[in-house]
Ligand binder design. Structure first.
Ligand code: 3PG
Length: 208
């Protein structure tokens, strides 16, 4: 099934876990733990050598939507399409990525940190953006300011968001979901502590 960015962001509520997975063997139990904790949209960053294989493995798990993060080059969109990823997310918005993201048949979420970057995306028909790095680029105050001139733009803020502040972001009208790496601490992944990861996911869902 093909999803739109809007559907993916809605389904990701409240949190899209941002993952960096080294071992392919961890892919399936990790996806199952997050899903069982209530989080079903998973962003696998292309920061590890095995990221593409991790996405392919997670795609065999029922009930999850799996895409890539840290997409920085247009050709990665085609590779993701080829392996059956559900979406792609970039930490930025280059002209090349924005153009290819409209051509390719894959849900693509570019990131902005400023109004001018957002306007470049709007000119090309984008209405949904990751706001990155959210905390460093102004946090909830920046998002509130964006909503005045751009009331129809929806965001997935990511970067510096935690269990302590994610509800502040979700309370904003222009935030559909947030992204964060806190659901999967590096030591929990290294120790393959799936119950702890499931509990962190469940706690995030319980809080909203
Ligand atoms: C990222 O791409 O690193 C994400 O924005 C995650 O940020 P976080 O580690 O601050 O949650």
């Amino acid at each position: 099934m093909k999803y739109t960015v809007e559907q993916i962001m809605s389904q990701a509520f409240p949190v899209m876990p941002v993952l960096a997975v080294e071992r392919v063997e961890d892919a399936i139990p990790l996806a199952q733990a997050l899903r069982d904790g209530g989080l079903t949209v998973l962003e696998v960053t292309l920061r590890t050598a095995n990221a593409m294989a991790v996405i392919e493995a997670m795609k065999t798990v029922a009930g999850v939507i799996v895409g890539a993060g840290t997409v920085t080059r247009a050709e990665q969109l085609h590779e993701l399409l080829r392996i059956g990823a559900d979406f792609a997310i970039s930490p930025g918005a280059t002209p090349g990525l924005l153009a290819e993201g409209k051509r390719v048949n894959l849900a693509f979420l570019p990131a902005i940190a400023t109004v001018s970057e957002m306007m470049q995306g709007l000119e090309l028909g984008y209405q949904h953006f990751k706001f990155f790095p959210a905390a460093a680029a102004g946090g909830t105050a920046a998002l509130k300011s964006f909503s005045g001139p751009f009331p129809n733009v929806q965001f997935c803020p990511t970067g510096g968001i935690s269990v302590r502040n994610f509800k502040d972001y979700l309370a904003l009208d222009n935030v559909t979901c947030v992204g964060g790496s806190w659901l999967v601490p590096a030591d929990a992944l290294a120790e393959q502590d799936w119950p702890r990861i499931e509990a962190l996911a469940r706690a995030a869902c319980f809080l909203v």
